[in-house]
Structures are given as structure tokens and as C-alpha cells.
Design a binder for this molecule. Sequence first.
Ligand SMILES: Nc1ncnc2c1ncn2[C@@H]1O[C@H](COP(=O)(O)OP(=O)(O)OP(=O)(O)O)[C@@H](O)[C@H]1O
Length: 263
Amino acid sequence: MQDGILSQEEGRLPALSVEGVSHSYGARKALDEVSFTVPQGSFTALLGPNGAGKSTLFSLVTRLFDVRHGRIHILGFDLTADPGEALRRLGVVFQARTLDLDLSIRQNLVYHAALHGLSGAKAKARIGEILATSELRERLSDKARNLSGGQLRSIEIVRAFMHRPRLILLDEPTVGLDIRSRAAILAEVRRLVREEGVSVLWATHLIDEIDESDRVVVLHQGTVRAEGLVPHVVAAERAGSIGEAFTRLTGVTAANGREEARA
Ligand SMILES: Nc1ncnc2c1ncn2[C@@H]1O[C@H](COP(=O)(O)OP(=O)(O)OP(=O)(O)O)[C@@H](O)[C@H]1O
């Protein structure tokens, strides 16, 4: 792979394939024979209430935990047999904040890029490209601690895109943000999916983060309850909306970010 250019064979493979993956914490089974795919160029929402197993799944895909049962492939590379090739194609935004608050935004981004082998000049060019239309371009020399929570999250997202990964995982990236910042971050990630053809797996428990054109994987109590384009999942459940389909599939009412913000 060179600067995001895919070989013909890579072009046909799913960005992420999870096959029969299970994971337990002692006697507690957090994931039970989980299988789904993230097709290339898709925005796939991993929708599940708290405790569904989303973070456990992310810990497996990022190799924080070993895959002991089942298989995970990133662009066709087996995460267990060929972790270097698989992880090179992956970018991650974790739930917890991970920028160094004492460094400038530019330093945070350039240091991360260096870990992926990008020279300083290439990193700066890449920052300019990703932030071309963003007002954050004016804040690159500011220390991270002077940015708002929403701006820090945006920079973490830029950081995940720096090395041109083909698959980006975001674990509940809007938690703790106000409605406007949430919407801005969602819009920014959707723009990058369109413009860069990258594939995204966006974990959320909030139904209003899901768009009609998304793919969705519904995860509940460690099992996949549905997978497909939103209109297909809604039709299969004979529901009027993805919220209603979610309730039919899981027996619980999906959380709504607007309501959570009002509470
Ligand atoms: N380190 C751990 N030890 C024991 N049980 C755990 C551990 N981490 C998670 N679990 C359990 O595994 C299940 C799945 O948790 P997980 O954190 O993956 O879900 P989640 O969908 O990410 O939820 P949340 O958004 O609340 O983090 C839950 O029942 C949880 O209590």
C-alpha cells in the first residue's frame, strides 16, 4: 500500500471482517460469536446500549486483547497472523482523551505522524489537506489545553486520519460533548468518508447519530441482532424508524442524544 492507493485485490475486500468472535472476562461473556463486516468506503454505525460489548470489540480489533476465539481481518490481513500489515491500515479514536495537553496542536499531530513514518514536511502537508476548510487551521500553534472539548476531539480525529488509514474506529467519540459539537464532529467524519473513501466504524449508543444512508450493526448483550443498511434493517423489523427497529431487536428503548442533553 502506498499513500492510500489500494491494489486491485485490496479494493474488493471488506475494510473489516469480524468472524465468530467471542470474548469473556472470567465467567462473563462479553461477546458471543460476533460476525459482521465493514465494507470499504462505508460509514458503519455500531449501535448498542451501554454494556453491549462495543469497547471489548474495539479492544480486540486494536489488539489490546488477543483474539482467542474467532478471526478478525483488516483489508484481508489477519490481525493475529499478520498484525503489522493489519494495524498499518487502522486509525483509532478512543473514548478517553489522549492528546498531550502541554504540546501544541501541530506538535501532537506531527509526533503521531512520525510514529507512522511520516516526515515533518509530509505531516504538515497532510495537516493542511485535512484541515483545509476548518477554522482549527488557525489554532495549530496553540497548546492543546487551550482548546474546547469538541475541538480536542476534532484534533484527535485529524490525528487518526494522518497516516491515511483505510479503516477508522471511533469509540463513542461524542460522549460528553454538547449537541452542536456532536453534530459538527459527525459531519466532519462523514465528509472525510466521502472525500477520502475511508471506512469508518462508529460506536454509539445514541440513535440520533444514525443517518438513513448509514450501515448499522446492532449489538446487544454481546450478540449481533441485525446488520445492514438502515432502510433494510427498518424494513426487516417492519418498523417505522431505526429507533423502533432497535427496540424490536433488543427490547430496550434507544438513547437519544438530544434527550440526554436536556436531562
Ligand atoms: N475489564 C472487565 N472485567 C469484567 N467485565 C467487563 C470488563 N470490561 C467490560 N466488562 C463487561 O463486559 C460487557 C461488555 O462491556 P463493554 O465495555 O465492552 O460494553 P460497551 O458496549 O462498550 O459499553 P460502554 O459503552 O458502557 O463501555 C459488560 O457486561 C461489562 O460489564
